[in-house]
Design a binder for this molecule. Structure first.
Ligand code: ADP
Ligand code: MG
Length: 238
C-alpha cells in the first residue's frame, strides 16, 4: 500500500514560513488534485513529498514508511514537471531509460521497461527520435513515460499540461486518467485548471497561502463549498 500522508508539515525558507502545518491523507491508488492560487505552496508541497525540498517540521509518510528525511531516490516516487527537461542528445528510448541506467539496472531489463511504458503511452513509433523532432505533447508524453519506466508507487505531477494548447490538454488529460486506471498508482496532480481538477480528481485539495482550505470529492466541493474562496476555485456560483 502506498498512500501518502502529511502530518503537520511545515516549510520555512529562511525566516519565511510558506507551509503552515498541513495535514493530509491521500489513499493508495487515489487521484488527488491540488488547486490554489499562484504562490500558495502547491509546488513546495509536491517537492517536499518528492524529497527535492527539505521538510522543516512535521512528517511525511509513503505507505508504511516515514520518509521525512529519506533521500528522494529512496521514496518510490516519480515527478513530472511543467517543463519537460528531456536530454536533447538522447533518443526517446534513452531518455526514458536513463534513470534506470544511472541506477545500474541491466540493459535487457531497461529495454523491457521502456517497451512497456512506450506501449502504455503509444510511444513506440517515436522511440528512436531525438526530443527536437517531437511536438510539445509528444515531449510531455515522453516525460510521463520516463516516470512510468521507473515503476514508482506514487506519481507527482506539477502542472504538467500548462504549456500545451487546449486541444492537446484535453487529449493528455484523458491519457493520464487512463494511465491512472491501468497502473492504479497513487497520483498527486497540481493544476490551476478547474476543468482538470473537476474531471480528473477523486479528491480535490484547495490550498490558500500555505494552508488547506478544504478537501473533498469534486462534486462535494462544487455543491457545498465552505466559503467563497473554495467556490471561486471550483467554479460554482457563490
Ligand atoms: P505554487 O506552486 O502554489 O505557485 P510555490 O510552492 O512555488 O507556490 O511557492 C510557495 C511560496 O514559497 C511562495 O511565496 C514562493 O515565493 C515561496 N518559495 C518557493 N520556493 C522558494 C525558495 N526556494 N526560496 C524562497 N521562497 C520560495
Ligand atoms: Mg507551482
Amino acid at each position: 500500500m502506498s498512500g501518502v500522508e502529511l502530518q503537520n508539515v511545515v516549510k520555512r525558507f529562511g525566516d519565511v514560513e510558506v507551509i503552515h502545518g498541513v495535514d493530509l491523507k491521500v489513499d493508495h491508488g487515489e487521484f488527488c488534485v491540488f488547486v490554489g492560487p499562484s504562490g500558495c505552496g502547491k509546488s513546495t508541497l509536491l517537492r517536499m513529498i518528492a524529497g527535492l525540498e527539505e521538510t522543516t517540521a512535521g512528517a511525511i509518510r509513503i505507505g508504511d514508511a516515514d520518509v521525512t528525511h529519506a533521500e528522494s531516490a529512496e521514496r518510490g516516487i516519480a515527478m513530472v514537471f511543467q517543463t519537460y527537461a528531456l536530454y536533447p542528445h538522447m533518443t526517446v528510448a534513452e531518455n526514458m531509460g536513463f534513470g534506470l541506467k544511472m541506477n545500474g539496472h541491466p540493459k535487457a531489463e531497461i529495454a523491457a521497461k521502456v517497451r512497456e511504458a512506450a506501449d502504455i503511452l503509444k510511444l513506440e513509433p517515436l522511440l528512436k527520435r531525438k526530443p527536437a523532432a517531437l511536438s510539445g505533447g509528444q515531449r510531455q508524453r515522453v516525460a510521463i513515460g520516463r516516470a512510468i519506466t521507473r515503476g514508482p508507487q506514487v506519481f507527482l505531477f506539477d502542472e504538467p499540461l500548462s504549456n500545451l494548447d487546449a486541444e492537446l490538454r484535453v487529449e493528455m488529460r484523458a491519457e493520464i486518467a487512463r494511465l491512472h486506471r491501468e497502473i492504479g498508482a497513487t497520483m498527486i496532480y497540481v493544476t490551476h485548471d478547474q476543468v482538470e481538477a473537476m474531471t480528473m480528481a477523486d479528491k480535490i485539495v484547495v490550498l490558500r497561502a500555505g494552508n488547506i482550505e478544504q478537501v473533498g470529492a469534486p462534486m462535494d466541493l462544487y455543491d457545498d463549498p465552505d466559503n467563497r474562496f473554495v467556490a471561486g476555485f471550483i467554479g460554482s456560483p457563490s
